[in-house]
Design a binder for this molecule. Structure first.
Ligand code: ADE
Ligand code: ZN
Length: 336
C-alpha cells in the first residue's frame, strides 16, 4: 500500500510475541536433529520443514495451533538454543522498525520436560542483552503461566522466578497467562496474581481471544491485570468496552493470529475501527510469527490494507503503544 514505507519507518513497540512462537520449521528441525529429539513420527506434517509449514496454513483453532507450538518447542534444550531463537526474532523485529520489544516465554513448558528454568532464562537474557547492545532496541521478558496446567504448576513457576530474584533484578518485567482459553476462567489463577500484585509485579492476561468478554472483566476484577492480551471479543460488550477505554487499559491485539486461528473469518471482522471509535487503546502485534506467517510489520500492513487508517491515526496508535509499554519513563521519552 501507499503507506508501506511510512509503516516500515514508524517506531514500533511489540508487546505480544511468544519467543517459542518464533521457532521456524527450519530451526525446529535443525535443533531437533542436533539435540537428538524425535519429532512425532505418526503425523505426516513432521516429514519436512516445508510440510510442517504447509500444515501451519490451515489451523482450525487455538488448540489445534497449540499442539504444534508445544511439540515444536521440545527441540529447544540448551541455553544457546534459546539464545539463538530469541536473537533471530530480535533481528527480525529490528528490521521491522521495532524499538522496544516485550516478549513472553513459557517456563512450565520447558521445566515440565526437564529443561531447567535457569537454562531458559540464561539463553533468553543473553539474547536480550545482545539486542540492546547491537540493535539498540530495549527489551523486556515476561513469564506466562499456562492455563492447561494446574494452578499449582503456575504457582511453582512464579515462585521459581521470584526465588531466582528475576523480578527484583529486572530480568523479568511481569507475569502473564496464556495457552488454551475455553473453560479456563481467569479466577482459577487468583492466588498467583494476588501474590504478584502484593510483590509489586506487573500483570497481564490473555483474554477474549476465543473466550467470552467476561474473561476480560474477570482478568481486571479478579487478577487486577494492567493489560489484556488479545481482548478481541471486547467488542461484543459495549459497556465493558467503555470501561476499558475509560480506564486506559491497553489491548495487545494480534490480527493475523486471530485470522489464522479462525477467531474470525477475515481481517474485515477485526474490530480495529470500533476500538478506535470507542477510544480503546491497543497495540498491534505478531503473537507467534513463525506459525502464522507474519511478523509485526506484516500485521501493521494487513491492518492498513483492510482499514485504511490515516497517518494521524497511525501516529496515535504508535503513541498509545509507547504509553502502554512496561519500560521506564526515560525510555518512553526516547521512544516518543
Ligand atoms: N501461546 C502462544 N500463543 C498463544 C495464543 N495465541 N493464545 C494463547 N496462548 C498462546
Ligand atoms: Zn499470545
Amino acid at each position: 500500500s501507499a503507506l508501506h514505507p511510512f509503516l516500515a519507518a514508524l517506531p514500533k513497540c511489540e508487546h505480544h510475541v511468544h519467543l517459542e512462537g518464533t521457532l521456524s520449521p527450519n530451526l525446529e528441525f535443525t535443533l531437533a536433529q542436533k539435540n537428538n529429539i524425535s519429532l512425532p513420527g505418526n503425523d505426516a506434517a513432521f516429514t519436512s520443514p516445508s510440510s510442517l509449514l504447509e500444515r501451519y496454513s490451515h489451523f482450525t483453532s487455538l488448540d489445534d495451533f497449540l499442539h504444534y507450538y508445544f511439540v515444536g518447542m521440545s527441540a529447544l534444550i540448551t541455553s544457546s538454543d534459546f539464545e539463538e531463537l530469541a536473537w533471530e526474532y530480535f533481528k527480525h523485529a529490528a528490521e521491522d522498525g521495532v524499538l522496544h520489544a516485550e516478549v513472553f516465554f513459557d517456563p512450565e513448558a520447558h521445566t515440565s520436560r526437564g529443561v531447567p528454568y535457569q537454562t531458559v532464562v540464561a539463553g533468553f537474557k543473553a539474547a536480550c542483552q545482545r539486542a540492546e547492545r547491537e540493535l539498540g532496541i530495549s527489551t523486556e521478558l515476561i513469564i506466562c503461566v499456562l492455563r492447561h496446567l494446574p494452578v499449582e504448576s503456575a504457582m511453582e513457576a512464579y515462585e521459581t522466578a521470584v526465588t531466582a530474584g528475576h523480578f527484583a533484578d529486572g530480568t523479568l518485567a511481569g507475569l502473564g497467562i496464556s495457552s488454551t482459553e475455553l473453560n479456563k476462567p481467569p479466577a482459577n489463577w487468583k492466588a498467583v496474581f494476588a501474590k504478584a500484585e502484593k510483590q509489586g509485579i506487573r500483570r497481564t492476561a490473555h483474554a477474549a481471544e476465543e473466550g467470552p468478554p467476561q474473561y476480560i472483566a474477570d482478568a481486571l476484577d479478579i487478577l487486577h491485570v494492567q493489560r489484556i492480551d488479545h481482548g478481541r471479543r471486547l467488542v461484543e460488550d459495549p459497556v465493558l468496552m467503555k470501561r476499558v477505554a475509560d480506564e486506559g487499559i491497553m489491548l495487545t491485539l494480534c490480527p493475523i493470529s486471530n485470522v489464522c486461528l479462525k477467531g474470525m473469518s477475515s481481517m474485515k471482522d477485526m474490530p480495529i475501527r470500533k476500538f478506535l471509535d470507542a477510544g480503546v487503546h491497543f497495540s498491534i502485534n505478531s503473537d507467534d510469527p513463525a506459525y502464522f506467517g507474519g511478523y509485526i510489520l506484516d500485521n501493521y500492513c494487513a491492518v492498513q490494507e483492510t482499514f485504511q487508517l490515516s497517518v494521524d491515526e497511525w501516529n496515535l496508535l504508535a503513541g498509545n503503544a509507547i504509553e502502554g509499554s512496561w519500560c521506564n519513563d526515560e525510555r518512553k521519552r526516547e521512544l516518543r
